[in-house]
Design a protein around this ligand. Structure first.
Ligand code: NAD
Ligand code: TDX
Length: 340
């Protein structure tokens, strides 16, 4: 099988490529990535020299480039490429519409034109909006996105579904909860917290810290996407989640405990505007129909992740300079966090 994986230099995409190279060593993988601030080829250093892996720097919205790649023969496209950080979408929404909506539409168009056999759109639980204290998102929950990021992802999902209905294009969508693990850019909550704590810096917690997220180890998501690729039904949506719901406060307390750091490093800051209160995924469809199940309990996944950031300081120290510091200042100074 020959796969075009877009956004493969980011967090989930690079973990997915490493997973596929290990589990399907005879597959050919082309990674198309624009290398925005979030893309990092160091994530794929271990794939260097593998004749089944190749990298092309480029934009999913570049029709000529995408056509040239697809003309080489591609069995499936898996679209991870996106602007992915909610806080950045609040500061500057335009790039989210460009890549997540227009980029996805272009990729769908080119894949349709070239008769690609399968197209997986990687989406998120955030398209469903926010839950109250009870209930879970199922695949039939109405979409109610609340941030520019989730609105752009919901738009892409709807376009993808329209291509299935209108053109019978073989599209599938996965909607996953909060992923965590190695190679996650340290703007997201867990890697930001771990890397701050490794330097005994404060961890900013938004609002009252009682927002709930549902955490999944990234390799469990990779396994689920692999199953959807091989066994998923065209036109279907699959929710992916590990049932590990935590308030942000409880989550960060576990991290402090595992790292042996004092609770005094937790710092309350002003809330994120439009902050969704609770996400929780019902994954029973993918479990029942495709036989998927999560393998990693949260405490073990957290320990693996903390260990990875502890050993790979060069990876994150290089990131936490330059543009990152400007972003940190822009996002956190207004929330009342003093100093980095
Ligand atoms: P990420 O920000 O770490 O990586 C995104 C990658 O896409 C980067 O390598 C970037 O360079 C690339 N990219 C951005 N714009 C591009 C463009 N126009 N053309 C080509 N490449 C481009 O994101 P992630 O956390 O790995 O998320 C991957 C996907 O999974 C996204 O679609 C995201 O919406 C979705 N998702 C993420 C999570 C999560 O918890 N991280 C949860 C659910 C869904
Ligand atoms: O400094 C912080 N302090 C804090 O309290 C940050 C960065 C976040 N938070 C809170 C906000 C959220 O309730 O932690 C929770 C997790 O925040 P993020 O890591 O920014 O993730 P979230 O907004 O939940 O979105 C993530 O999951 C769904 C990914 O970034 C998305 O790409 C994915 O679609």
């Amino acid at each position: 099988m020959k796969l075009l994986i877009t956004g493969g230099a980011g967090f989930i995409g690079s973990n997915f490529i490493l997973y596929m190279l290990e589990h399907h060593p005879d597959y050919d993988i082309i990674n198309l990535d624009k290398l925005t601030y979030a893309g990092n080829l160091e994530n794929l250093a271990s794939a260097g020299g593998n004749p089944h892996y190749s990298f092309i720097r480029g934009d999913i919205a570049d029709a000529k480039l995408v056509d040239a790649i697809l003309d080489g023969g591609v069995d499936a496209v898996i679209n991870f490429a996106a602007e992915s950080h909610v806080d950045r979408s609040i500061l500057e929404p335009a790039a989210f519409i460009k890549t997540n909506v227009l980029g996805t539409q272009l990729l769908l168009d080119r894949a349709r034109e070239k008769h690609v056999g399968r197209f997986i759109q990687i989406s998120t639980d955030e398209v469903y909006g926010s839950l109250g204290a009870t209930g879970k998102f199922t695949e039939t929950t109405c979409l109610h996105p609340n941030s520019p990021y989730s609105a752009s992802k919901a738009s892409a999902d709807m376009i993808a579904q329209a291509y299935f209905e209108t053109f019978s294009m073989p599209v599938m969508i996965t909607r996953t909860s909060n992923n965590y693990g190695p190679y996650q850019f340290p703007e997201k909550f867990l890697p930001l917290a771990v890397t701050n704590l490794l330097e005994d810096r404060p961890v900013p917690v938004y609002g009252d810290g009682l927002n709930v997220r549902d955490w999944i180890f990234v390799m469990d998501n990779a396994e689920a996407i692999d199953l959807v690729l091989h066994k998923g039904k065209e036109g279907e949506v699959y929710n992916i989640g590990a049932g590990e719901e935590r308030t942000n406060k409880a989550f960060i307390e576990s991290v402090l405990h595992l790292m042996g750091k004092p609770a005094s490093l937790i710092t309350s800051v002003k809330d994120r505007p439009g902050h969704d209160r609770r996400y929780a995924i019902d994954p029973s469809k993918i479990m029942d129909r495709l036989g998927w199940k999560p393998r990693t309990v949260l405490d073990r996944g957290l320990q693996t992740t903390i260990d990875w950031y502890t050993v790979n300081r060069t990876w994150w120290k290089r990131i936490k300079s330059g543009e990152y510091l400007e972003y940190y200042e822009k996002n956190y100074a207004v929330k009342g966090l003093k100093g980095y």
